[in-house]
Ligand binder design. Structure first.
Ligand code: UTP
Length: 473
């Protein structure tokens, strides 16, 4: 009996174990395994196992590293006139329909431990709106404000794609035009064990997982999303993560800074709250902008202070970017030294033993490979980093409890609503942290940032009392 050419290829690459149970599988499972195997770039896996699994690999060389410059907000001494101009430039781009929103929603959300796509997680204080609805309403409202409906691109994974689409269907796309909401899947990578062998999750299925948020650049290209953008006259992409309902999904000043500088990829920073805060750091290495993860930057450097006593490596990354469409294409296509590296993550990977029986490991038993979107920054022309206020842009839901949990995110939303109300003259009782005593909620359709809120509040007659259950919708 002749061996299937794909099986032969795997055998020659030392990955024959993938097909160890092949002949015992029913035909449909054989087909599936072959289809999954056909997705694998064996040369890439070989390269990654030789580099990333190598126990002698050394840590990064940070001798040339310096903190990255960034644009300070006006209240922290930044140039107010430039900020105002940036906002005007961003607004003009929005009125011209040049900007799309882009959400990466392909993660596995293991820390939250929620059953379902993370975007369907209920997050707002009163109405328990799911994350996707919060973003949808911000995008809808921004489209109305600037007179041009905004296209929204959503990256899913193989495992949550169908459920994500069904959720939008079931909720009428939250009032958005379905023709302007675009879903596409990200790529997958196989897990390998510590000897570099591709792992099986079942006898007829590879242990596959999403290829990281950096996979979004390839996926935008492969799915045809970039071509669609080009046809629609969109050249600027506002990138954010699915777990952060506070994000200014459409931020004219940020878009404007990006466009004024002719930047190919721009980022927001928040000043780190304390030296050991677990965020990536914006730095410069050989004149290029890079993000160095908290796990990689030596603690002594994280603790360094400048002459004024402030943290030297203060610029924390919060995973909010603006990208140029053709820059995405260039990085996605790779070549000429432009390619996102893979990172290794040691994980407990459900697998099977030699007899084909399921194994649920108690300890990490293998490695997953992921790309990170911020690794595109060193390839970008004129990248710009701007400061943002954490309270206005960042409160992610990562964990079920404690730091960055549904509770902290709910409180941060409440504080934001209270700030907006107070700034417009409403009497809101709060505690010392700014948390209002009353449970209130502002719909993004009423106001999604200070400006839109101020306009809507000015129009509202009569002004409501700030009391438990107040919903401004
Ligand atoms: P996280 O790094 O928080 O990972 O993703 P996660 O998979 O969602 O959660 P854990 O680590 O399993 O608890 C940050 C953002 O990047 C997206 C996530 O959906 C989230 O918006 N992401 C992450 C992807 O779209 N694809 C990936 O492969 C990984």
């Amino acid at each position: 009996m002749s061996v299937h050419p794909l099986i032969e290829k795997f055998q020659q690459a030392g990955q024959g174990q993938v097909f160890a149970h092949f002949h015992a599988l029913p035909p449909a499972e054989q087909e599936r395994l072959l289809a999954e195997a056909a997705e694998i770039d064996l040369a890439e896996i070989d390269r990654l196992t030789r580099t990333l699994l190598n126990p002698h690999a050394t840590g990064g060389d940070y001798s040339q590293l310096v903190p990255a410059p960034y644009e300070r907000r006006p209240e922290n001494g930044g140039p107010a006139a430039d900020w105002a101009d940036a906002k005007a430039v961003g607004e003009a781009a929005l009125r011209a329909g040049r900007v799309a929103a882009f959400t990466v929603a392909g993660g596995q959300g293991t820390r939250l431990g929620y059953d379902g796509p993370k975007g369907t997680f209920p997050v707002t204080p009163l109405k328990q709106k799911p994350l996707f609805r919060v973003f949808a309403e911000k995008i809808l409202a921004a489209g109305r404000r600037y007179g041009r409906p905004v296209h929204w691109f959503i990256m899913t994974s193989h495992s949550n794609h169908a459920a994500t689409e069904a959720f939008f269907q079931a909720h009428g796309h939250f009032g958005l035009d379905p023709a302007r909401v675009h879903f596409f899947r990200q790529g997958r990578m196989p897990a390998v064990d510590y000897s570099g062998k591709i792992m099986l999750e079942q006898r007829g299925a590879l242990a596959l997982s999403p290829d990281g948020h950096g996979g979004s650049l390839r996926a935008l290209e492969r799915s045809g999303a970039l071509d669609l953008m080009a046809r629609e006259g969109i050249d600027t992409v506002s990138y954010f993560q699915v777990d952060n309902p506070l994000v200014r999904a459409i931020d004219p000043a940020f878009i404007g800074w990006h466009l004024r500088r002719g930047s190919e990829m721009s980022s927001k920073m928040v000043p780190k709250a304390y030296a050991a805060e677990k965020v990536g750091h914006f730095c410069q290495q050989d004149g290029r902008l890079v993000v160095v993860e908290y796990s990689d930057l030596p603690m002594a450097m994280q603790e360094e202070k400048d002459a004024a006593g402030a943290l030297r490596y203060i610029a924390g990354s919060i995973a909010i970017h603006v990208l140029d469409r053709e820059f995405i294409r260039r990085v996605a296509r790779g070549g000429e030294g432009v390619a996102l590296p893979f990172h290794r993550a040691d994980k407990k990977i459900p697998t099977i033993d030699a007899a084909g029986q399921p194994v649920k490991p108690a300890r990490a038993n293998g490695v997953k490979f992921e790309m990170f979107v911020f690794d595109a920054l060193p390839f970008a022309r004129n990248p710009v980093v701007i400061e943002t206020r954490r309270a206005d842009d960042f409160s992610p839901v990562k964990n079920a409890e404690g730091l960055d949990s549904p509770q902290t995110c709910r409180d941060d939303q409440l504080r934001q609503f209270a700030r907006w109300l107070r700034a417009n003259g409403a009497a809101v009782e709060t505690d010392a942290t700014g948390l209002p005593r009353a449970a209130i909620e502002v719909s993004p359709l009423f106001g999604y940032d200070e400006d839109s809120f101020a306009d809507a509040w000015a129009r509202l007659q009569p002004k409501p009392a700030i009391a438990d259950g107040l919903y401004l919708g």
